[in-house]
Design a protein around this ligand. Structure first.
Ligand code: NIG
Ligand code: FE
Length: 393
């Protein structure tokens, strides 16, 4: 198989701990070799071995592809009026989800597929090479199953979120809806799902309902993750740790006890700055998590209600400015942190044996991701050694 040498890289973020070069394993004047979709060699440009092809990156920076471990890309319509009202002082509530549910149910399969395809392209343009996506805007057996069947054409990391909110038609019978989610709906969604998620919060599902739903999913072979502590400091983190969830996501409101629980667990804390931004909520301070020794991921939470962005660089810039991340911590969380949240050891680093997923930046170093907020710095996004997006700059 052809070997390709990428060289003349001013700053190469490897995320390789074995290099003992700080959190990001940053190499300067670097090069790496890709073969058959994997990284074969990484080192100094001067010491690079021969390869079949040579690509000069002309002094640009290269980082591992972003891993977006939390997104809701399968929906129809938008909720710009709700966003505008919030910017004028309205409060976010889970109730708005039903507006997207109505639009999604009314859409054709083709419309839903075109929507997720557009958003996937936006993600590649922002340097995301792996993304997770959830159902949760169908909330009938048929609409959840078709959402997931469409989503799996775009990513392997597909999450069944039938427990997003109690739909209007079950308003007076929430237990009936939990029975549906854990019964017929789970069965219909199982063949096309890898993960199961629940929105455990005020206005959504309580601890007992969330536990019953996640346990049913686990028993059927799905891996759990959870929306926890977004609107209130409830019992979502407790449940995440109890059930060994891969991640507990949002965590806008966490107590000292929650941090203690997460610190003693395998559960990744996924922070979603786009959600606080778009709901005008207070941002959590990441240092509370990091000093406790908790693994932190950063993700977009792209959805039409609370975070309509596909831009990981935007999330990094906000995380640095508002959540007390160093630039290094934010970049690690958006790459290796996301890989940990998806329990995927093949991605998140530019190191020998990892998948060749990487991004070339129009900048001399990764620091520009936060230093130049809102500026499109992605020159090229490569997945498994294949260029999926190239800017015409
Ligand atoms: O991650 N928290 C629940 N779900 C979404 C919001 C969905 C919506 O408002 O449409 C979230 O923020
Ligand atoms: Fe979400």
């Amino acid at each position: 198989m052809t070997t390709t040498l990428y060289t003349d890289i001013s700053s190469l973020v490897t995320n390789d701990v074995q290099l003992e070069l700080g959190l990001l394993g940053e190499l300067n004047d670097a090069a790496f070799i890709e073969q058959n979709g994997y990284i074969k060699w990484v080192g100094s440009a001067k010491e690079a071995p021969d390869a079949d092809q040579r690509v000069s990156l002309e002094g640009k920076a290269v980082i591992p592809g972003f891993v977006d471990s939390h997104a809701h890309l399968l929906f129809a319509g938008d909720r710009e009026k709700e966003f505008a009202a919030r910017m004028n002082g309205e409060q976010y509530s889970s109730g708005g989800i039903m507006n997207t549910v109505r639009a999604t149910r009314a859409a054709t399969d083709e419309e839903l597929d075109a929507g997720i395809a557009d958003r996937a392209i936006e993600m590649y343009r922002s340097g995301i090479t792996t993304f997770e996506t959830k159902s949760g805007y169908g909330l009938t057996v048929q609409d959840e199953a078709r959402s997931l069947a469409i989503a799996i054409e775009h990513t392997e990391d597909v999450t069944f979120l039938g427990a997003h909110v109690i739909p209007t038609e079950y308003k007076d019978n929430p237990d009936g809806y939990v029975d549906l989610v854990t019964g017929e709906m789970l069965e219909a969604c199982l063949p096309v799902s890898k993960w199961i998620d629940v929105f455990c919060d005020e206005g959504a599902f309580d601890y007992d309902q969330s536990k019953a739903i996640l346990e049913a999913g686990i028993a059927a072979g799905l891996q759990p993750r959870i929306h926890a502590n977004q609107l209130t400091a409830g019992r979502g983190v407790e449940l995440a740790v109890e059930l060994g969830c891969a991640s507990a996501d949002h965590l806008t409101h966490v107590t000292a006890k929650d941090l203690e629980l997460l610190a003693g667990s395998e559960t990744v804390a996924t922070l979603l700055p786009g959600a606080e931004f778009s709901t005008k909520s207070n941002y959590p301070d990441v240092q509370r998590f990091l000093t406790a020794g908790i693994t932190v991921a950063l993700a977009t939470d792209c959805n039409p209600g609370s975070s309509y962005t596909t831009s990981m660089p935007f999330c990094i810039a906000v995380a640095v400015r508002e959540m007390n991340f160093s630039i290094e911590q934010a970049l690690w969380s958006a790459t290796m942190g996301g890989a940990r949240a998806l329990r995927n050891q093949e991605i998140g680093a530019i190191a020998v044996g990892k998948t060749a997923d990487f991004v070339v930046l129009n900048a001399p170093s990764y620091r520009h991701l936060a230093y130049r907020p809102g500026v499109d710095l992605v020159l090229e996004t490569v997945i498994s050694g294949t260029s999926i997006y190239r800017s015409n700059k």
